[in-house]
Write a protein that binds this ligand. Structure first.
Ligand SMILES: NC(=O)c1ccc[n+]([C@@H]2O[C@H](COP(=O)([O-])OP(=O)(O)OC[C@H]3O[C@@H](n4cnc5c(N)ncnc54)[C@H](O)[C@@H]3O)[C@@H](O)[C@H]2O)c1
Length: 325
């Protein structure tokens, strides 16, 4: 297939683009490089530098494409509460403008990057697809809204889609093809890596009195290589006539903050200095997802998502960037 990967120079998008190229697809990466890196785009992919809100360039790029993988978005849930207009523009208006162009160009399939944030507070664990969807931040609302638009576009326009709800994407390509680090990372694993390699002196652990095995929060970390594999499977499923669907991509279990810190200490051989501080407002105690529906529908089973594999491949990316002295 000829596939346009919008946001394909980003952290997850570059892994997806490499996987699509490896599987023999013709890939066009469309990215404004606001957070993505040109160097992360596979050599065999065509690169178009542009914004998905540009109607002319979008149409020119999408001509002849069978499918789009749509990852272009702003992703900071906290920032979405402080600057909702920016999230309206990028995650709703720009996305819809691109889908408009895709429809004009006869694109048949869409794989959309959705998020665990569509659920809001968990009422039970693991989170499955039937769990109520009630986002607690504007970012999550934008993702849910696009999922709903896609369900309508199937009924009204015949565009088949897959909404893939990632939990905490982590890790780097085990073969070392993608090593581009995220700029100003705020997520736990990059922060732990920065402490291990000395870029940061230390870090804070928010809350050590949660009702969990070691008192720290639990999260579901899913390796980007497993996420990339799910995109391939989703496209294959749609191409074979599968119906529009939404699935959660998680491992079915949670890792604590201390699990991550201890794995990083073991793999790097360095001490991770941290300070235990009070709970942070809005942090849920534990979150993990059932990957059962993705397994049933797509035959998707995470293979790289042990915390050791996630931390090791991330550490290797930090080494490749010369950050480990
Ligand atoms: N990282 C996670 O844990 C996670 C979890 C759930 C969902 N997601 C979603 O997955 C997608 C990819 O996330 P990521 O972690 O790779 O983030 P990222 O910031 O690395 O990737 C986003 C990419 O989209 C590009 N982009 C943004 N707005 C654009 C626009 N208007 N036009 C063209 N390009 C644009 C950026 O330059 C970047 O390359 C996002 O939609 C995000 O909301 C991520």
């Amino acid at each position: 297939m000829r596939i346009c990967v919008a946001g394909g120079a980003g952290y997850i998008g570059s892994h997806v683009s490499h996987a699509l190229v490896n599987a023999g697809h013709e890939v066009v990466v469309f990215d404004n490089l606001s957070t993505g890196l040109r160097t992360s785009v596979p050599e065999k992919a065509t690169f178009v530098h542009g914004d998905v809100s540009d109607p002319l360039l979008s149409r020119k790029t999408l001509k002849g494409c069978d499918a789009i993988v749509y990852l272009a978005a702003s992703k900071d849930a906290g920032a979405s509460m402080l600057d909702p207009i920016r999230y309206t523009r990028n995650n709703l208006q720009a996305t819809m403008s691109f889908f408009d162009a895709a429809n004009d160009c006869g694109v048949k399939y869409v794989v959309f990057s959705s998020s665990a944030a569509v659920f809001g507070e968990s009422q039970y664990l693991p989170l499955d697809e039937d769990h109520p969807k009630d986002p607690t931040n504007y970012y999550g609302y934008t993702k849910l809204e696009i999922e709903r638009v896609l369900a309508w576009y199937d009924k009204l326009l015949g565009i088949k889609s897959a909404s893939l709800r990632y939990f905490n994407a982590a890790g780097y390509d085990p073969d070392g093809k993608v090593t581009g680090l995220e700029r100003n990372p705020a997520n736990l694993i990059p922060v732990v890596m920065e402490v291990a390699c000395g870029v940061r002196k230390g870090m804070q652990v928010f809350g050590t009195d949660w009702n969990t095995k070691d008192g720290t929060c639990l999260r579901d970390y899913i390796h980007v290589t497993d996420l990339a594999d799910a995109h391939l499977r989703a496209l294959d499923h749609l191409e074979k006539g599968g119906a529009t669907f939404a699935v959660n991509l998680g491992t079915g279990s949670g890792q604590s903050v201390l699990d991550v810190i201890h794995a990083a200490e073991k793999i790097s051989g360095r001490k991770v200095n941290y300070q235990a501080v009070g709970r942070r407002a809005g942090d849920p105690e534990a979150l993990w997802a059932s990957g059962e529906k993705a397994k049933q529908l797509l035959g998707w089973v995470p293979k790289h998502s042990s915390i050791e594999s996630i931390v090791e491949t991330t550490w290797n990316a930090y080494k490749a960037n010369g950050l480990v002295k």
